[in-house]
Design a protein around this ligand. Structure first.
Ligand code: NZQ
Ligand code: ZN
Length: 389
């Protein structure tokens, strides 16, 4: 059954080799004053910074560099918002991974708000205005280039918030897989794990239907296959292009139109881990995934595992719970095979913070809500985190 839904992604995608040549025309639609945002320098090393400056030579460019992975409200969002106000910025051009995009989306609303920007990000106040965001995404992972979300950390209060609002969609995203050739093995693996998790967060939902199941399973199969090729040969265009496209669709919601909403519990857990220990998002998710699966496996959920077992892994018939456990093992082994350490302790997470993190997760996202696909109370959260250590 396909349930009722409204789907509207206003972001224009420019996909493919040298697609960024169309940048001046697109940026020019919004004005001359551009805030160019980027991270710690990867775009300079790969020559993309020079290329962008050349393409936009007729524009007035102000720069915000040094945006951190797990982007921080203070200083990055605050500084960017200030630069927009001081320089009468018409359009933000974000060049980098999901962190640069997310930070730019947050800047786009905070810069036009007179109060404390964190009130918008934490959902206390609804934004009504934003500066248009155009982006060149350089890492296949988050799908921020095609979704209405941004995730911002506030280190002062150990918080990392997912902020979702239609106002945050980029107006245009440029996706040239060639600019992902330089992504490290670690980020390639973590980015793919993130996207696989985005699909799983949508797959484990009720109601569901055969079409969306097929769409999602095809996405996971493509990610699993192509990440191995990209790890072996980072400049393999075919593999990088498929990774990029699937990641772009995986967080947009298009794969679960008409299905139920799960509540994205693994992301709630991971955001607390990143808030407390600044770990890489995709690695945290990969570690949590099999433990979360074990926790929620029950008569109510076993059908989802069996569908994955048959359609994704091609398992023959066997007792349902045996197949479910085999599916969980497959995911564990796969993440391990792409180089992700499968224990949180290896990423620096400390066991003495688990209870505090569980409280934090419940406070931010209330994973114990009865409407969720598989509600998680405090004991369940503590169990998942402890098992993941
Ligand atoms: O800072 P630079 O020098 O650019 O280096 C980055 C960074 O160190 C590097 N990198 C990016 N593109 C590269 C590259 N290195 C070489 N070549 C390239 N082409 O990779 C490192 C990580 O970058 P980052 O942007 O942090 O990674 P990612 O794209 O995985 O983004 C992670 C952030 O997105 C959030 C996560 O929580 C995390 O904060 N998420 C955002 C979502 C969204 N907007 O919808 C959904 C996700 O679930 C996720 O929560
Ligand atoms: Zn994610």
């Amino acid at each position: 059954m396909i349930g009722n839904f409204i789907y509207n992604t206003p972001t224009k995608l420019f996909f493919g080799k040298d697609s960024i040549n169309g940048l001046p025309e697109v940026v020019g639609q919004y004005g001359k004053n551009v805030l160019l945002t980027y991270g710690g320098g990867s775009i300079k090393k790969m020559g993309l910074y020079d290329k962008v400056k050349e393409l936009l030579k007729d524009f007035n460019i102000v720069e915000l560099s040094g945006i951190e992975p797990n982007p921080k409200y203070d200083p990055s969002v605050i500084t960017g918002a200030k630069l927009c106000k001081e320089n009468n910025i018409d359009v933000i051009l974000a060049v980098g991974g999901g962190s640069v995009l997310d930070c730019s989306k947050a800047i786009s609303v905070c810069s036009l708000y007179d109060g404390e920007g964190w009130d918008l990000i934490s959902g206390k106040v609804k934004a009504t205005k934003s500066i248009p965001v155009v982006d060149i995404i350089t890492l296949a992972a988050t799908g921020s280039e095609y979704d209405a979300g941004c995730v911002i950390s506030n280190t002062a209060i150990n918080d990392k918030r997912g902020y979702v609002d239609g106002i945050l969609y980029p107006v245009a995203s440029f996706l040239d897989p060639q600019y992902t050739f330089s992504v490290s093995k670690w980020q390639t693996a973590c980015g793919t794990a993130d996207a696989i998790n985005h699909v799983l967060e949508q797959f484990f939902a009720k109601p569901n239907n055969a079409f969306n199941d097929g769409f999602m399973i095809s996405a996971i199969r493509s990610l699993m296959k192509n990440v191995k090729i990209a790890l072996e040969n980072p400049s393999d265009y075919d593999a990088r292009s498929e990774l990029m496209y699937v990641c772009t669709l995986a967080c947009n919601g298009i794969m679960s139109n008409g299905s139920g909403y799960s509540g994205w519990p693994m992301h709630s857990i991971e955001h607390a881990l990143s808030a407390y220990f600044d770990i890489t998002h995709g690695a945290g998710l990969a570690i949590i995934t099999p433990r979360w699966m074990k926790e929620i496996l029950s008569e109510n959920t076993v059908e989802r595992f069996v569908t994955l077992g048959k359609l994704l892994f091609g398992f023959d018939s066997m007792p349902d719970f045996d197949m479910a456990n085999k599916v969980i093992d497959e995911f564990y082994t796969f993440f391990e095979s792409i180089g992700i350490p499968m224990h949180l302790g290896e990423l620096g997470v400390k066991v003495d913070k688990i209870e505090e993190m569980a409280d934090h997760i419940l406070e931010n996202d209330n994973t114990s809500n009865e409407w969720m696909y598989a509600p998680l109370d405090k004991d369940a959260l503590i169990h998942i985190l402890t098992e993941s250590m």
